[in-house]
Design a protein around this ligand. Structure first.
Ligand code: PLP
Length: 378
């Protein structure tokens, strides 16, 4: 009989360099934090760690919002929490969709009974404040949702002007910062974002599994004056906040190790400093952009709206994009990703997020891509 260890080998994953749209690479300090012993989810030690995590999250979101917490679940759970808590059945919701995740927001808002209007832009474009303004004039809404960093397109959506317009129209603004938080400025309070959510596995460089979010006073007001229950028990922030607030009542068992990871990941960000971190992401992205252009590869998004944390080079004519990705994985242990939706088969998606955003990774990828393309270009 074969032994269990032969049949089911010990986990020993290949040493990948993760340069896709997530998960990004994790600092060994975070892995170490995850391997430390558990305490109970109401242990005084854990409660102190929760308090520190909230303080660090406020620093990273650049907010004073008291209700700033991680929800248990990936970025999509934080997205779902934002939508479920802000959208009541019958609420008019405007969703600006210029990529995959904008459409996911619209889908969720519909599922929670929102009366959803979607405005669209081609994938890779961004919305102008005028477009949002015109849409709200034509049909007022209670909630507006937009993605700041569209991971499916590589476009960075400016939200400051849009926030003003949304507030003038008396609506709340939900911003998806999953691929921006910790990589490019988000500035929740300065811009006046009402609900901002993110995920652990992108620029925060922790394993997937925890989704930070923050709610402005206006958003908390909406939460506490709802006329109906939040239609999602697990993500009802009115309940979850009792565990994170002074009451400390049990709601669900916090994923202890995932919280350890987030705490350590946030500590690393605070040590580096937000400004220095944004600068590093920018510098390494520019190195990548220049290198790709030197290889004769076009970039899908014009420079002015290009996202430093996720780049979408166009696949050169006559190249099988999947074959190139497979070669990079098999021969260089590098993961990059293909396009989604409208951009499927047309672009690659290269992430330089958090711990993955390193000069040596960019240079390795450029060299590997040059060699690979020489082989596969017809
Ligand atoms: C990755 C991502 C999400 C979803 O996060 P998961 O961790 O995959 O659940 C949502 N929005 C954007 C913009 C993303 O890039």
């Amino acid at each position: 009989m074969t032994s269990t260890s032969q049949q089911y080998p010990e986990i020993n994953p290949p040493p990948r360099t993760l340069l896709g749209p997530g998960p990004s690479m994790v600092d060994p300090r975070v892995l170490k934090a995850m391997a430390t012993p558990l305490v109970g989810h109401l242990d005084p030690y854990f409660i102190e760690l929760m308090n520190h995590t909230q303080q660090l999250l406020r620093y990273v979101f650049e907010t004073e919002n008291p209700l700033t917490i991680p929800v248990s679940g990936t970025g999509s759970a934080a997205m779902e929490a934002s939508v479920a808590n802000m959208v009541e059945p019958g609420d008019k919701v405007l969703v600006c969709a210029n990529g995959y995740f904008g459409h996911r927001l619209a889908d969720m808002a519909e599922r929670y009974g929102g009366d959803v209007q979607i405005i669209v832009r081609p994938w890779g474009d961004v919305f102008s404040p005028e477009e949002v303004s015109a849409a709200l004039k034509a049909r007022p809404a209670q909630v507006v949702a937009i993605v700041q960093a569209e991971t499916s397109t590589g476009a960075l959506q400016p939200v400051d002007e849009i926030a003003k317009i949304v507030h003038e129209a008396g609506a709340l603004l939900i911003v998806d910062a999953v691929t921006s938080l910790g990589g490019v400025p988000v500035r929740v309070d300065a811009i006046g974002i009402d609900v901002c959510y993110s995920g652990s596995q992108k620029c925060l460089s922790c394993p997937p599994g925890i989704g930070p979010l923050t709610l402005s006073e206006r958003a908390v007001q909406k939460l506490t004056t709802r006329s109906s229950k939040v239609r999602n028990w697990y993500l009802d922030l009115g309940e979850v906040r009792k565990y994170w607030g002074s009451e400390r009542t049990y709601h669900h068992t916090a994923p202890i190790s995932a919280n350890y990871a987030l705490y350590e990941g946030l500590r690393i960000i605070a040590e580096e400093g937000l400004e220095a971190r944004w600068e590093r992401h920018r510098r390494n992205a520019e190195l990548l952009w220049n290198g790709l252009e030197a290889l004769g590869i076009e970039l899908h998004v014009p420079l002015e709206h290009r996202l430093p944390t996720l780049t979408t080079p166009r696949v050169p004519e006559g190249v099988d994009e999947a074959q190139v990705r497979r070669h990079l994985l098999d021969h260089y242990n590098i993961e990059i990703s293909g396009g989604l939706g409208e951009l499927k088969g047309k672009v690659w998606r290269i992430g330089l997020m958090g711990y993955s955003s390193r000069r040596e990774n960019v240079l390795l990828l450029l060299a590997a891509l040059e060699e690979t393309l020489t082989q596969f270009r017809k």
